[in-house]
Design a protein around this ligand. Structure first.
Ligand code: UN1
Length: 508
């Protein structure tokens, strides 16, 4: 298997020429940004300090006062233009995602497509920010609700979706009338600057306030300042459960609103009636795609005992043929892990699982160490285990799939739910009753519950997010926009009388 890993000169030149084509200035500084493709440096940037957060919030609050008065459909027109610019620059933006995250070209382009799709969605939404009217119990009264822009939205995003997750928040927030301050992952500064620049072009063309979109490249101190700032009305954070556990209480303490998108330990239940061809394809994309680094990555397969052996054999034979290597080479399906820490986390999880009696039946090893000693390419791994031990219940952010057996369908549902996270889940079955039970209130307890499709790769039209230690937030499609607006309930009296609700008599 050829890795085709480009040399440092080639990768640096690619980063530089892509940024130049996008017309983005990079503020030069001390902080080195590396590409996981070979582990070498591709950026040297200045980091903002904490004081910049307060300035950014002030600017955003000023911008908010103007932006909230722009009619929502006109706000939508700006987002429409942004979507066009993203379409125009799709390849260059995807290149940056591949360079900084190590995503294969098709998935990097898919990520930019998610941005374009959410822009489309938000444009439609800009004419559909509906409130309800309710029948008033009093004659000559109208009871209704109105949705108003909320205020400054802070977005903290993770390395693995360095562009799409910000855009889900931003496209929706902008049509809702809110400015956005973005603190991206320190691992993906070029992608962030380039994405923010495309939006800034749309803002300039529409003569909208510049500060409706701001990006702050900085460290954890900057993130914390954003979290704690009383001027940030909604804080949307994507990352680990550990991060969410810190962020949630800090925002709650100041009565801010938070939207948390944390980890997942996503499973597929494979039943005796499942179409195994389709099942294997669904599992392999969700478990090995994106080198196992999506929050929706499939980490567990709960297979009926009658199909577990055949399914495992088929998975192993596909895993043996997975093309690993330079994510930007055509045909590669598995790129590198983000860094050494991810590799070590995977190694230690495999060691623990096998130490507890699990058997490693596919992959797990590091590859191309000679060609790229500072990059971490691994063979996606499968571990068979008899039960859901503590290590299986934990999220390991790498391509490591556990296969465990079940006998009764109820037991499979219980195993699916018996983990701290509740993001995504699926069932592979041709038995309608099983499918319905899995998606029912007695079924999977996750925010995403699928049938005959993997756990990852959700469309933007649905609300995205999950329960329990996944944080409970929902963003992107459906009615997730409501988190970005404040609701006012209005009672309008046109009766000329003053009847009180609940028939209360208060006549003086
Ligand atoms: C994430 O991994 O943080 O459903 C988001 C998916 C993508 C988004 C994943 N649309 O896999």
């Amino acid at each position: 298997m050829a890795a085709n890993i480009p040399d440092q000169e080639e990768l640096s030149a690619l980063a530089e020429s892509t940024m130049a084509r996008l017309g983005v200035q990079v503020p030069q500084g001390e902080h080195v940004g590396c590409t996981p493709v070979n582990g070498g440096a591709i950026s040297r940037l200045a980091h903002a300090d904490v004081s910049s957060v307060d300035e950014a919030v002030q600017r955003a609050q000023d911008a908010f006062r103007a932006w909230r008065r722009v009619p929502a459909p006109a706000r939508g027109a700006l987002v429409k233009r942004w979507g066009e610019l993203l379409t125009e620059h799709k390849d260059d933006l995807a290149t940056l995602v591949s360079l900084e995250v190590g995503k294969i070209t098709s998935e990097a382009r898919g990520e930019v497509q998610e941005m374009i799709d959410v822009c489309d969605f938000a444009v439609g939404l800009s004419r559909q920010l509906y409130g309800r009217t309710m029948p008033s119990e009093r004659p000559g009264h109208r009871l209704m609700e109105t949705w108003h822009p909320l205020g400054v939205v802070g977005v903290i995003s993770a390395f693995n979706f360095p562009a799409a997750v910000w855009s889900w928040n931003t496209a929706v927030a902008l049509v809702c009338g809110d400015p956005v301050i973005w603190k991206p992952s320190e691992l993906t500064p070029l992608t962030s600057l380039a994405c923010a620049a495309t939006l800034q072009r749309a803002i300039a063309e529409h003569a909208a306030p510049t500060a409706i979109s701001q990006v702050i490249i900085g460290g954890a101190d900057v993130g914390r300042a954003l979290v704690e700032h009383a001027g940030v009305a909604l804080l949307s954070a994507t990352g680990s459960t550990r991060m969410g556990r810190a962020v949630g209480p800090l925002v709650a303490e100041r009565f801010g609103r938070s939207l948390l998108e944390l980890g997942g330990n996503n499973a597929a239940v494979v039943t005796p009636s499942a179409d195994l061809d389709l099942t294997v394809r669904g599992i392999v994309f969700s478990a090995a795609g994106t080198a196992g680094q999506r929050c929706t990555t499939m980490r567990r397969v709960i297979a009926h005992r009658s199909v577990a052996d055949e399914l495992t054999e088929r998975l192993v034979s596909v895993y043996e043929r997975l093309p690993i290597g330079n994510p930007m080479t055509e045909g590669t399906l598995v790129g590198p892990l983000i860094h050494r820490g991810a590799y070590e986390g995977m190694q230690s999880a495999v060691a623990t699982a096998t130490g507890e009696g699990g058997s490693l039946v596919a992959g797990g090893g590091r590859v191309f160490e000679d060609q790229a000693p500072h990059a971490y390419y691994v063979q996606p791994a499968i571990v068979r285990t008899a039960e859901q031990s503590p290590i299986v219940s934990r999220e390991t952010f790498a391509p490591l799939l556990y296969v465990l057996p079940y006998d009764e369908f109820d037991e499979a549902i219980a195993i699916n739910n018996d983990v701290p996270h509740g993001l995504s889940s699926s069932v592979f079955t041709n038995d309608q009753a099983e499918a319905e039970l899995f998606v029912s209130d007695e079924g999977s307890d996750c925010g995403i519950v699928n049938v005959n499709i993997g756990t990852s790769g959700a469309e933007i039209g649905g609300a995205f997010g999950g329960e329990k230690e996944t944080g409970g937030g929902r963003e992107s499609g459906s009615d997730a926009w409501r988190a970005y607006m404040r609701r006012a309930t209005n009672t309008v009296n046109f009766s000329g009388e003053l009847p009180l609700a609940q028939g209360v008599d208060f006549t003086v």
